[in-house]
Design a protein around this ligand. Structure first.
Ligand code: FAD
Length: 312
């Protein structure tokens, strides 16, 4: 089948990879200018060079045997490396978090900067409508691989039962600050967890394969992020930078040379254990972390499970 996939995050790409192995021809549309979805990497150009921030998922953890095997394959290709943390075994993309996504994308027809506005029926097939008014297709099957809130509109047009599952999967938001310093921050640890109002902060520059320029990514917890959801990025970035400064105690702080914040409206979905959705009559499917849990591993598993449901 010619299959259109809306969303080229890890779920969409893992599904595309398995579909291709099963003899199908996937085409992916993603509204982003770059690849990664919620595993994205942000680059900032400073006078002293480029600095990168993993401003989406800061690390990957794995329990499933199949996903562990995939991580081992990615490690052999130099796409991920173990990242020793005192909180347990973790992996990161190398040299940036989106490295596995960029690698998977090489095998597929991916249309970036392509914001899908509608999924239309053309007899028994599917057409995709972009925000520039262009129509693409027809395709034999369609897959929605975007966060639950964004999937609701596509699914609701064609299958109300599928759409109803998105309601239970509402996501929690997350404000993320990206901060670079002229010198090393006087903080001994590279990771700080669950320290009000921050869920997770990491010295990005300490991850394997990064530049040695001092860079931190600070993720506010869901409660604080919700309270400040409609704030401007600047005060949010300043508040999170101030929090990081406090972690250095009384020590003198180096100059801050870069400061931005990103609002993830749909960062971490509520749990659902459906795996993936497939309506064989319509040939309409959905995958994504929201169908399993709030992690990179769940996104990958959901994509693979959908491909398995579709079969050959
Ligand atoms: C701040 C943050 C911290 C996180 N921390 C962790 C962590 O520590 N560990 C962990 O395992 N996971 C973490 N996660 C979750 C992890 O990033 C996600 O579970 C995973 O990346 C989801 O992949 P996905 O493919 O399901 O969705 P996404 O990565 O969101 O991919 C969906 C894609 O669809 C595209 N899209 C959306 N709407 C449209 C449209 N209308 N038209 C075209 N394209 C569209 C988007 O551009 C995006 O690329 C974190 C996420 C965030 C945001």
């Amino acid at each position: 089948m010619k299959i259109v996939i809306i969303g080229a995050g890890l779920a969409g790409l893992a599904c595309a990879q398995a579909l291709k192995q099963n003899g199908h021809t996937p085409t992916l549309f993603d509204k982003g200018r770059g690849l990664g979805g919620r595993m994205s990497t942000r680059r900032a150009q400073l006078s002293s060079g480029t600095v990168t921030f993993d401003h989406g998922a800061p690390f990957i953890a794995a329990q499933d045997a199949g996903f562990n095997a995939e991580l081992e394959r990615w490690r052999e290709e130099g796409l991920v490396a173990p990242w020793p943390m005192e909180y347990g075994k973790a992996w990161v993309g190398t040299p940036t978090m989106n490295a596995p996504i960029t690698h998977l994308a090489k095998d597929h027809d991916i249309r970036l900067s392509s914001h899908v506005m509608g999924l239309l029926r053309d007899g028994t097939r599917w057409l995709v409508l972009l925000n520039d008014g262009s129509l693409h297709g027809p395709y034999d099957a369609a897959i929605i691989a975007v966060p639950a809130e964004q999937a609701a509109a596509f699914l609701g047009m064609h299958d109300l039962v599928m759409a109803s599952h998105t309601v239970a999967a509402r996501s929690k938001p997350r404000w993320t600050a990206m901060i670079a310093y002229a010198d090393k921050m006087p903080i001994s640890q590279d990771v700080i967890c669950d320290c009000e109002p921050v869920a997770f902060a990491a010295r990005n520059s300490a991850k394997p394969g990064r530049s040695d320029r001092e860079a931190w990514v600070v993720h506010a917890n869901p409660e604080w992020s919700m309270t400040h959801l409609e704030s401007e990025p600047e005060p949010v970035a300043n508040a999170l930078r101030e929090w990081l400064g406090q972690q250095a105690g009384d020590a003198a702080l180096p100059d801050c040379i870069h400061l931005t914040a990103h609002r993830w409206r749909y960062a971490l979905p509520q749990h659902s254990r459906l795996g993936a959705l497939w309506n064989a009559g319509l040939r309409l499917g959905a995958c994504g972390d929201w169908l399993l849990g709030p992690t990179v591993e769940d996104a990958w598993l959901s994509g693979r499970q959908l491909a398995q449901k579709i079969g050959t």
